[in-house]
Design a protein around this ligand. Sequence first.
Ligand code: SF4
Length: 470
Amino acid sequence: MCGVFGIHAPGRDVARLTYFALYALQHRGQESAGIAVANGGRITAQKDLGLVPQVFDETALQALTPGSAAIGHCRYATTGASRWPNSQPIVRHRKGRTVALGHNGNLTNTAALRAELAERGVRLETTSDTEVIAALICEHPGTLEEAVQAAMERIEGAFSAVVLDGEKVIGFRDPDGIRPLVLGDLDGSPVLASETCALDIVGATLVRELEAGQMAILSTTGVEVVQAVPARQVGGAALCIFEFIYFARPDSRMDGIGLHAARQRMGERLAAEAPIEADVVIAVPDSGTPAAQGYARASGIPFADGLVKNRYVGRTFIQPEQGLRDSGITLKFNPIRDVIEGQRVIVVDDSIVRGSTTTKLVRMLFTAGAKEIHLRISSPPIVSPCFYGIDMAATSELIAASRTVDEVAAVLGATSLAYLSLDGLQASTDHGADRFCRACLTRSYPTAIPADLVDGGRFRFETGAAAVRA
Ligand code: SF4
């Protein structure tokens, strides 16, 4: 995942606006946060491990020099360990050029590009794929636009990124359009963001989404959008369908569709495809809530709050290590016994990855007195890993990769289990299948996946303690 933001607004407090935008994008990455500000050719940056409000207080914000442009990033690591040098924006100086870069996505040819850069004597300080993009841009002798375009021609995989030099901000999106990037307008000043919810929080309006392979150049002359590299997909993009199911905030709009309504439609279709007699529908909050509401509405079974979520604990799925995931779940949910006790309960969630969280939830609900637990999942089974920026799991860890639905239900301990069909999911998005990446559901990837990526995992460029942990 990761969230990115960029703004060119001379005379505005660009650092503070970026801080608020990152707050809205916090759900996309909770490991580190950073802001870089440009003023008259100079870049000042501040970044650290932690949530946005842990990294930035008033003093930290004021330490960022006032500037005409800024970028921001919140990180969820998919290449490289969760260490300070890997936090973003990555700032790189070389050959008279300084750039700061924030990246959402995951490159698939990082190993080859690292080897090529090493051969050319270009030193890399981090183990992330993002620095490779920054290095390619810094090494290029041309303008920033030319350097970004040349880098886009070399890098493969998923990237929605923002880059800042002393004066301009450029946002660019991979030729498959896997991760989102939107362009907004703030009282005449252009802004870029991973999601529209970040535009809302700073008071900007949506202008358009960047299409696959496009870059947007934000400067004193306004904004210019160019097709830097050709789009590769027949449908124009292979947007990650999990942005619709789960990752993006429900108040965001993506590809012209409101995500809250799309998730409710997923629940309605799930009720039609997998009906069951029960007393109450509950959600796994918050990401399962819109689909649970849709399921309840379509089935006529009342919706109730059956699980309370502690909002001050991070999303279990997004934390990088299994140990953290395991300890997080007990902190995060608590059942409401009055709603559950003696009831046949339909529990709606958006997805099941490893199944460890769901197993604990089922146990917790039976302990709270549930008579039956019918799991209804508003996406199809996840059967293959993601190489485009979602640290889901290896195939061997995915609970549905080699089990039937009944076998998964038995492992989870549920009375019954049903998933939304691929067709049902697709119809809920109001778009055709050719508009999306659905590879983790279908095993059909929109780009080539090199063997080192399949075998290596997220820590393949680490040495020392991080490599041992991997
Ligand atoms: S593989 Fe799955 S999670 Fe990854 S980009 Fe494609 S649809 Fe999204």
